[in-house]
Design a protein around this ligand. Structure first.
Ligand code: SF4
Length: 375
């Protein structure tokens, strides 16, 4: 069982945002100590000896929400069990509020070299709609402090299609993000997931989603504006300055193996996907009792692996090399969607160029329905 990448999930947040459907727990800081204990136990039981890796991603939740001693302890455990290889990438998700210079120093000392900052918007009205707890002005301060503390690889996350957000508001956000000059930008259209408060409020017509046409236009503006500013789109939602793509996320899109630890985290090893319990208290109870934190496993057969690789691979703008695909999965890719393959190319939603299959720019707007043809 081996992999060159690891994901660690930290579920704590100051507040659960209304649209969030991640594994998150708010108002239970009393669990932080047990969480850290269990994380170490889960890792120690799974890998038994330290495993050098090329990419580490600590996500959440809000990992930067952890108080300084807890952050120290988390990073010490990660450094001990997953020493970063030379030139490795070590990302951590942070929110602008509470990311103090003292915490930045702790991150640096423990080899974190890439920060993914949950900005979401620079507009106070939309930040309020999204129930984010930081102020727009904080981002500028925190960004500069990160630079002062030596972080040269910073990604900023933005959300578009927020209720009542206009195209001009979105253009202003993009302009502000470009002015900050980060290495990487991620842009996500707001989704209303079943089970979230936003879903309930939408059902009661208390929140009206942006209309489809406006959302499309916002996505299009993001692609054009960021590209004009020197960012290269390398995935449906991700843009990077040359050479600054997130290497960890590429591991997922290339269907490569990875370790995963913490509540709600998935691992993918030897063709088996293992999902840990999403309930933080259940995950803690089970690990404390000497049981596994894994809630379910799924062993993908070779055809499932191939189908999944298409779904993930098409997210990347560089597309999928058909010859390599066939060598790796023993399936000719077109055979996975025999009725749709040629049509999608004729309709200019997919393009086949120098042996690589890619979504066209038009295809990117309806990526989900195109990928569904390969399921
Ligand atoms: S800060 Fe992020 S992870 Fe935490 S509740 Fe909000 S959206 Fe979810």
């Amino acid at each position: 069982m081996t992999a060159d990448s690891v994901y660690i999930h930290v579920p704590f947040c100051i507040h659960r945002c209304g649209y969030c459907d991640f594994t998150v727990i708010a108002g239970r800081d009393d669990l932080i100590d047990d969480y850290l204990k269990c994380l170490e136990l889960e890792i120690a039981r799974s890998i038994t000896s330290p495993q050098p890796v090329s990419t580490i991603f600590i996500g959440g939740g809000t990992p930067s929400y952890l108080p300084e001693p807890a952050l120290q302890r988390l990073l010490t455990v990660v450094n001990q069990w997953f020493p970063l290889r030379p030139d490795g990438e070590f990302s951590m998700e942070c929110n602008p509020d509470g990311l103090t210079p003292a915490k930045m120093k702790i991150l640096r000392v423990h080899s974190v070299n890439r920060i993914s900052l949950g900005v979401q918007s620079f507009n106070s009205q939309h930040l309020q709609t999204l129930e984010r707890t930081h102020h727009a002005e904080t981002v500028d301060t925190v960004f500069n402090q990160l630079r002062d503390n030596g972080f040269t690889n910073i990604s900023l996350d933005l959300i578009f299609a927020v209720p009542d957000q206009t195209l001009a508001d979105w253009e202003a956000d993009l302009k502000t993000v470009i002015a900050l000059n980060p290495e990487h930008v991620s842009t996500y259209g707001l989704t209303f997931e079943k089970g979230t408060q936003f879903w309930t409020r939408r059902m009661k017509s208390q929140l009206i989603p942006a209309d489809d046409e406006l959302e499309r236009e916002m996505y299009s503006v993001a692609m054009n504006t960021l590209e004009d500013a020197g960012f290269r789109q390398y995935e449906l939602s991700n843009f990077a300055q040359p050479g600054m793509e997130c290497r960890h996320n590429k591991v997922y899109w290339q269907s490569a193996p990875y370790f995963g630890f913490g509540p709600g985290a998935a691992s993918y090893l030897n063709g088996v996907r293992a999902m840990r319990h999403r309930s933080v208290t259940t995950w803690i109870k089970r690990i404390m009792a000497g049981e596994s934190g894994i809630a379910e496993t799924e062993e993908l057969n070779s055809e499932d692996r191939a189908r999944e690789a298409v779904m993930l691979g098409l997210r990347q703008v560089e597309g999928i090399d058909l010859e390599q695909f066939q060598q790796r999965f023993s399936y000719p890719l077109p055979d996975l969607a025999p009725n749709a393959f040629d049509r999608l190319i004729e309709d200019q939603l997919l393009t086949l160029d120098q042996g690589k299959l890619r979504l066209t720019k038009t295809g990117r707007f309806i990526a989900d329905s195109i990928m569904a043809e390969f399921l």
